[in-house]
Design a protein around this ligand. Structure first.
Ligand code: FNR
Length: 351
């Protein structure tokens, strides 16, 4: 019933996957206090080497990108060494792994980096704050961000590409740029958070500029075949949707197709969510304007994901929470064994 999930899949001339199941990026907040990956993290990822591809938990590209405790980084030599331990463990178990590159933008909090950067600035496209507090840290209220200058944007693009180069140095097979879920890149792509009047705001082309600059800088550094992107055309997290957002993605997605990325990945928790301004599901919308490899995700069982692939809704299936509950998810599905049900208590340890 799920046979198509176990077919090999050729991403491009550089990378081919042993099956169509991807482990979705899952933040675990388990790095040490220098944001260095630990041996426990290496073991955790190593146990999941059965996936066709693992996408790491989101990894911050620099200190002021941090919005949650103990999220790993990729900007110090110790962090690169820590990740090498992780990528070695995955490769030893026959797997492949991409690093997800992250800057949280307006939902960053200086609590995490003030001591390192010496300032309390939170940066974003515009001075529009997010409501609420850092998850599970209710004393940390989101600040009104500072709108980044043109020079600061150029520095961010450079820092993303350096983090991508560091990822390759650490042994990753490629990177997925985190352009989804209401974080920095996504904040440029939605009208809720982008009120700029310069060449990074107002028109679809301008609002897409930062995302494409990051993509192009990373491609120049590590190659298109090792570069992927996750996007959320439907705003659902840290963000309010706006009917004008569609025009941004109508421009961006075909531009991405021209870049011949390793894949494009939808950022969502439940694929069945529908968005008026997209005319339905985010995955269906992207599929209708993008002809290359698309990764679907969001509350799928293996059976439903397999059917979606058979129905040509997308090409690869990313699985998140069930992979936390079942390190051997792929083997269990293949062998028809029962799955352990996910629960949030599982987030307190790395099994
Ligand atoms: C996530 N998700 C997520 N997404 C992302 O792009 N980067 C990340 O670091 C995280 N972190 C994260 C942590 C936890 C605990 C959860 C539950 C989710 C979203 C994730 O990749 C995926 O899109 C959703 O979990 C939906 O897929 P499942 O879980 O229904 O298969």
């Amino acid at each position: 019933m799920t046979d198509n999930l176990f077919q090999t899949y050729v991403l491009n001339e550089t990378l081919s996957l042993k099956n169509r199941i991807i482990m979705a990026p899952l933040t675990r907040c388990m790095a040490d206090d220098e944001l260095v990956p630990t041996q426990d993290m290496a073991d955790y990822y190593g146990r999941r080497g059965g996936a066709g591809l693992i996408i790491s938990e989101a990894v911050i590209i620099r200190p002021d990108g941090q919005g949650y405790p103990n999220t790993p980084g990729l900007f110090t030599p110790a962090q690169i060494d820590g990740w090498r331990m992780v990528t070695d463990a995955v490769h030893q178990n026959g797997g492949k792994i991409f690093a997800q590159l992250w800057h949280t933008g307006r939902v960053a909090h200086p609590h995490f980096y003030q001591a390192i950067t010496g300032n309390r600035d939170v940066i974003a496209p515009s001075e529009v704050g997010a409501d609420g507090t850092v998850p599970r840290m209710r004393e940390l209220i989101y600040q009104i961000p500072k709108a980044v200058s043109i020079e600061e944007i150029a520095q961010l693009v450079s820092d993303y590409s350096q983090a991508a180069a560091n990822a390759i140095d650490a042994g990753f097979d490629g990177v997925e740029i985190h352009g989804a879920n209401g974080y920095l890149i996504d904040q440029f792509l939605h009208h809720d958070s982008n009120h700029r009047s310069d060449e990074y705001g107002q028109t679809p082309e301008n609002m897409s500029r930062f995302a494409l600059e990051v993509v192009d800088a990373i491609i120049a550094r590590i190659g298109n075949e090792r570069t992927a992107l996750r996007v959320s055309p439907g705003a659902y997290f840290n963000m309010t949707g706006d009917s004008r957002d569609r025009t941004v993605f109508d421009y961006l997605v075909p531009e991405l197709e021209k870049r011949d990325l390793a894949f494009l990945h939808i950022g969502i928790f439940d694929d069945s969510m529908e968005f008026d301004y997209l005319g339905g599901r985010a995955s269906s919308y992207v599929r209708s304007i993008y002809n290359k490899t698309l990764v679907g995700v969001g509350s799928f069982t293996a059976e439903a994901g397999s059917k979606a692939i058979a129905d040509d809704k997308f090409d690869l299936l990313a699985i998140g929470r069930p992979f936390i509950a079942n390190p051997d998810y792929v083997e269990r599905v293949r062998d028809g064994k029962e799955l352990v049900e996910y629960s949030t208590e599982m987030l307190t340890s790395l099994v």
